[in-house]
Design a protein around this ligand. Structure first.
Ligand SMILES: NC(=O)c1ccc[n+]([C@@H]2O[C@H](COP(=O)([O-])OP(=O)(O)OC[C@H]3O[C@@H](n4cnc5c(N)ncnc54)[C@H](O)[C@@H]3O)[C@@H](O)[C@H]2O)c1
Length: 385
């Protein structure tokens, strides 16, 4: 019988999130056999720093290695589609970072390729796997709030507040035409669709670029870096800093979300509230061990993450006893555990709680509607076949 420790995995990219992937894989007992970086030199340095046995010189070399059964793609967005395509064609399971691709045409192609391959396909919308979001999803989808009516919230960060803040995500050819919406809004949209069990049907979106020219450092900078470079060149920015979006969900629920990478003091606050006809739930990623449950006729509840008090889905995602706070990096262990159950079985299971390529593609279609709505100034339906 195959076990998780029999599986060999390679990681592409070892920046902010590739490092989190590597650490989480090791924590759940998967063997990380090597990594691929943008150059062999950087790869060797990062492999030594992370204690990995191998730095591949190219994707071809990685895919020639029979020890690799799964590949995690944590490179910048523009590389996801070409790399995933080659990985699937070489017969390996794939875990791809969000967004799945740069366009919905590309993501549709990857959905079809993955389906034809029979391999496990996952997009890393890890925020689903905070234990209390798993608990909330089972609660809401099981009718625990009554009929879902209103879904509201925000995703705010401040790391791009100044014109001296720089990252590859700012440029459309590397990050995609949508930036705040594609980079962080996609997490909110995926999460609220997951929790409610309802997809977004139509949007009315307003996108704003408050900083139209930024000072790009002439040397590379790390994601979330707040250091000021001295050597810079002015670059026009065409991707949005801020988005406000009205939403219509399947089943008639309404919603609204504000997304910003310029909100001073908000480091990484994804917050949502789902109001039903009987009760409500609310959660904020800056206090991830607390789920607020609102009632009209009795006192409200504050559920602290605790395997002894959550439903089965919440318990399955939890690692630690109540009172021992679980955070961002822990969600990677939880989502990878679910994904690697399928890898061990050799194929995707029927009712997957982790985001699939189909979910990643659906997010791209919602993004297309957001873009069209902001350009035309009207409601746009999400174009699903
Ligand atoms: N799920 C999440 O919560 C989450 C959080 C952050 C980032 N992400 C996603 O992860 C991806 C990476 O983001 P990041 O913040 O880690 O960026 P980053 O810039 O910190 O890291 C990207 C890494 O990819 C490497 N790279 C560049 N070109 C490469 C190539 N041709 N081959 C191999 N490696 C290459 C870079 O050298 C760097 O180490 C993005 O798609 C982003 O949207 C997801």
């Amino acid at each position: 019988m195959t076990r998780r420790s029999d599986i060999g995995t390679a990681v592409i990219g070892s920046g902010f999130i590739g490092t989190v992937h590597t650490e989480a894989l090791r924590r759940i007992g998967v063997r990380v056999v090597g990594l691929l970086e943008s150059s062999p030199e950087l790869g060797s340095r990062r492999a030594a720093e992370l204690g990995l046995p191998m730095a591949y010189a190219s994707l071809d070399e990685l895919l020639d290695d029979d020890a690799v059964q799964v590949v995690h793609v944590t490179s910048p967005n523009e590389l996801h589609h070409p790399q995933v395509k080659r990985i699937l064609t070489a017969g390996r399971h794939v875990v791809c970072e969000k967004p799945l691709a740069m366009t919905s045409t590309e993501s549709a192609e990857l959905v079809a390729l993955a389906a034809a391959s029979g391999l496990v396909d996952a997009v890393n919308f890890n925020i689903r796997f905070y234990p209390l979001n798993q608990h909330a999803a089972s609660l809401v989808r099981g009718g625990g709030l009554g009929d879902v009516r209103l879904v509201t919230g925000r995703y705010f960060q401040d790391w791009l507040l100044y014109d001296t803040d720089w990252n590859w995500r700012l440029e459309a050819d590397q990050g995609g035409v949508l930036r705040a919406v594609g980079d962080i809004g996609s997490h909110w949209l995926d999460l609220t669709s997951f929790v409610t069990g309802r997809r977004v049907e139509a949007v009315m979106a307003d996108l704003t670029t408050f900083i139209p020219v930024r000072r790009k450092p002439t040397a590379p900078v790390l994601t979330f870096s707040t250091e000021r470079a001295t050597d810079t060149i002015p670059v026009e920015i065409h991707t949005e800093d801020v988005a406000t979006i009205l939403l219509r969900f399947e089943g008639g629920a309404r919603g609204s979300v504000a997304i910003s990478q310029l909100s001073p003091g908000r480091k990484n606050s994804l917050a949502y509230q789902v109001d039903g006809s009987a009760s409500a739930v609310a959660w904020d990623s800056e206090q991830p061990d607390q789920l607020w449950i609102g009632h009209r006729d009795r006192p409200n509840e504050l559920l602290l993450r605790n395997p002894a008090l959550m439903n089965a889905a919440g318990v399955a995602a939890a690692r630690l006893p109540g009172g021992h706070v679980e955070g961002f990096a822990d969600t990677f262990g939880a989502v990878f555990t679910a994904i690697y159950d399928d890898v061990v079985a050799g194929a995707p299971s029927p009712d997957r709680r982790y985001a699939t390529f189909a979910d990643g593609h659906d997010e791209m279609l919602v993004g297309d509607a957001v873009l069209e709505s902001s350009r035309t100034g009207r409601w746009v339906e999400v174009a699903r076949p």
